[in-house]
Design a binder for this molecule. Structure first.
Ligand SMILES: O=C(CO)[C@H](O)[C@H](O)COP(=O)(O)O
Length: 216
């Protein structure tokens, strides 16, 4: 079954605890939490104090994408604050291997994110070490952008690799421009987790929207 990760970035921050409660009741499986530093990506989102609030108000599994330079400096802190998954970008650190070990040794699941332009080849040496591969289908920074279709070929290529090497526990996740049409394309290409921000949080009925995405 496809899992849905609600992207907190699209929530109404004036009523964050209420929004977190609503997505949980509506059937979201995880919270997707984007930490951006304004350097590594052209936006600043939020950091430790907001992560504390999210951890206080929601017991949904937390899937944290660190879009910051040198994520190794903050991995332990985000795990202490409830992160179940931590995803890092190969371009953000010279210590990728160390980051993955740090995540796993501190009890979380380790992910790598691929920008739309980043080739799968670049991370193949790590495929056996990770729990999650995140395909960005937008240029990261902002919600509400259009799904970049050419990433679909990369999903198919990664799925061939996953099957060939019997990486049965490795999950594939997609983030950016997910709606009922693009969700279907991703699920056909063996994506396990769909991240959705604006489609859920801008809808009138979170439950119906999440259900529709799950049934894609
Ligand atoms: O990583 C992200 C932005 O960089 C977000 O997770 C993305 O905003 C999801 O939002 P939407 O579903 O509106 O595209």
């Amino acid at each position: 079954m496809t899992l849905i990760a609600s992207s907190v970035l699209a929530a109404d921050f004036g009523h964050l605890n209420n929004e977190l409660e609503k997505v949980k009741r509506a059937g979201a499986d995880l919270l997707h939490i984007d930490i951006m530093d304004g350097q590594f990506v052209p936006n600043i989102t939020f950091g430790i104090p907001v992560m504390e609030v999210i951890n206080t108000y929601s017991d949904l599994p937390k899937d944290v994408h660190l879009m910051i330079h040198n994520p190794e400096n903050f991995i332990k802190k985000f795990i202490e604050l409830g992160a179940d998954y931590i995803t890092v970008r190969p371009e953000s650190t010279e210590k990728l291997e160390y980051c993955l070990e740090l995540i796993k040794n501190n009890g979380a699941k380790a992910g790598i994110a691929l920008n739309p332009e980043t080739e799968l080849e670049t991370i193949l040496p790590y495929m056996h070490e990770i729990d999650l591969l995140l395909f960005m289908t937008i240029n990261p920074g902002f919600g509400g952008q259009k799904f970049i279709h050419r990433v679909v070929d990369k999903m198919a290529e990664a799925d061939r690799y996953r099957r060939k090497h019997e990486l049965t526990n490795l999950l594939f996740e997609v983030d950016g421009g997910i709606n009922e049409h693009t969700a279907k394309i991703c699920v056909e290409n063996k994506i396990d987790i769909l991240v959705s921000g604006s489609t859920i949080f801008e809808s009138d009925n979170f439950k119906n929207t999440i259900q529709t995405l799950k049934e894609s």
